[in-house]
Design a protein around this ligand. Structure first.
Ligand code: MN
Length: 288
């Protein structure tokens, strides 16, 4: 299924350009308060239990065109955003030049695959603009796009073995890891409000298929900037989930950004970003 969140945190199934409100079919109580996201975490953890009723409601409910619906980020108050660094070889290669330009030196520790954390409050949705922080713009620092496959955790756990890791995934969506290029810590440079746009919906793992064969494209003002297939991830989704779970317990609804493809570059006020992942969909965002 493709699952979206609408105004009032209503749950919608998406099909053929239409959204069907399936909230009433949830087998447990829904809650419109974003701070108490228990119903959503439960959906991530227990999707198999909820799916039959949601599928039925999706086929019988009143459909509204997506164009007339305001979509929210299809993740709700995750306990953490885990993000991968240095996970495409061609991106690691380009970062030598980017770091020389923006830092005046190359930080070799940043060239190794690892995971770091972004603030969950940086999440924004498909209907929101990316807001460039005025003080960062005034300081002349570059703010970059990183268009990434995003994993939403289902059943969670710790010390998850790689060979069963995909069974812990609720679904996949698309995210931009917006990043200030400076010498500051990653968590600071990537945690400004609206620096984690996510959407337009979650494609559940059963429908998404192999996360190791998805095309990712990002265009800025209609021009290609990033184009990659996730087959070239250095550390692939099962290994990412396993690796992260050895450091921190993954909870239902947690979000993992899988890493920046090559082609990162600066965004500016007035830019329009369109990003697309096969079997997930397009998302277009404006920068202000
Ligand atoms: Mn990134």
């Amino acid at each position: 299924m493709k699952l979206a969140l609408l105004d009032g945190l209503r749950l919608a199934a998406v099909r053929d350009g239409m959204a069907v409100d399936v909230t009433a079919a949830l087998p447990w109580a829904h809650d419109a308060d974003p701070l108490t996201a228990g119903w959503w975490r439960r959906l991530c953890r227990d999707f198999a239990e909820a799916r039959p009723a949601l599928e039925e409601a999706a086929g019988t409910g009143r459909a509204v065109p997506l164009d007339s619906a305001r979509l929210l980020a299809p993740v709700l108050n995750p306990s953490k955003i885990v993000a991968c660094a240095s996970n495409y070889a061609d991106h690691v290669a380009e970062m030598h030049e980017v770091q020389r330009r923006t830092l005046g030196r190359v930080e070799s520790w940043m060239m190794e695959f690892d995971v770091f954390l972004k603030a969950p409050s940086s999440i924004s949705g498909p209907g929101d603009d990316i807001v460039l922080p005025p003080e960062v713009v005034a300081a002349g620092q570059e703010i970059h796009h990183e268009s990434e496959l995003v994993v939403v955790i289902g059943s969670g756990g710790r010390d998850i073995p790689e060979d069963t890791a995909l069974g812990h995934v609720f679904g996949y969506t698309l995210g931009l890891d917006i990043t200030v290029r400076s010498a500051a810590d990653r968590s600071r440079r990537k945690s400004y409000d609206t620096f984690s746009p996510i959407g337009p919906w979650v494609v559940t793992a059963d429908e998404a298929g192999d996360p190791g064969d998805l095309d990712i494209v990002l265009q800025v003002n209609g021009e290609d900037r990033q184009r990659v297939n996730t087959a070239t991830l250095v550390t692939k989704v099962p290994a990412i989930v396993s690796y992260a779970s050895r450091m921190m317990t993954l909870l239902p609804g947690d979000v993992i950004f899988t890493g920046a493809p090559p082609g990162v570059g600066a965004i500016h006020r007035g830019d329009r970003l369109t990003t697309w992942i096969s079997r997930i969909g397009p998302m277009t965002l404006d920068v202000r």
